[in-house]
Design a protein around this ligand. Sequence first.
Ligand code: MTE
Length: 353
Amino acid sequence: MTTLSGLVIRQQEPRNLEFPFERLDSYLTPVESFYIRSHFHAPGLQSDSYRLSVGGAVKNPLVLTYDELKSLPAKTVVATLECAGNSRVFLVPQKPGAQWELGAVGTAEWTGVPLAMLLDRAGLTDKACDVVLEGADRGQPAEPPKPPDPISYSRSVPLDKALEDVLIAYGMNGVDLPHDHGFPVRAIVPGHYGMASVKWLTQVLVLEEQFQGYWQTSDYAYWDEVDGIPVRRPLSEIKLKSEIARPATLEVVPKGQLYRVYGAAWGGTADIVSVELTTDGGLTWAATDFLDPIRPHAWRRWSYDWKTPDQPGRYTLMSRAKNAAGASQPDKFDERYFSYVVHHTLPIEVIVQ
Ligand code: MTE
């Protein structure tokens, strides 16, 4: 079992633990400090009795053991996972749900089998369009409308995404998936909020219609519009965001000296090309330097050498990412997301003295 290190408890059981983002100092987040977000008690799956079934709208349903999965050609990808509720604590007024600060996000190297390979072996029917990923954990969701009986954690990905780059993963940063991160097998949906990357994955179910499960429509969904009529849609791609790791909120920073501001940026559907920083509450912005190359679906850390003011006082820092498509991080929260997708520029107040 992995020893967890330095995580902040947001909920003891089911386990919901946050990475203290001010400790960010590596590109890959070590497994022992990767945030954990679980809705139900973690199931105790064993690798020797593990089975993954692939069924529904397929011609040859499959059942694979753990060893069979591991014997298939493997792929390793780096992907940043961010919980859709990350940074909720910044919302005013406060919204229900775990009060995540900046650390329900992490980057890891995931190893496994492309879902496309399994779907190819199973043979899709002509009308297949959605792929449900079901976990072995079950329970009663916390938020209404509550279904009458316990449900599993299950989420779908559109077929084109499933065929593009979804990974059926058994490795994380070169070791077996830790228990809390979905041992023995989980899905990784690169570029989508963490809720899509189903842990303790035991079933892949192909549908010929759009899945309408609880975690798709009730939770992890937002209000969109069709011709002025509000409609519920599932959350999907991670939005463009940057965060400041150091200084931390209300950190005391020495006046009149160089201080290395440090953070990371990720998300969006185009390459991140710049991160700017303001140290005067948004009056002026300066370019920061990237520490990591562009890699699809992975964060880029950045830093900036700030000559701190000679004048003691409270100063507000904010970072703002921009991407190659010309998009910029917004300066306000979008209320259509209610308590999710907090990706606007986040104010970090520090004390210079
Ligand atoms: N999969 C299952 N089976 N059960 C869960 O509760 N939580 C989801 C997703 N997959 C969840 C799950 C959410 S909301 C997130 S953000 C990620 O797992 C978190 O993955 P991690 O705990 O490995 O960081």
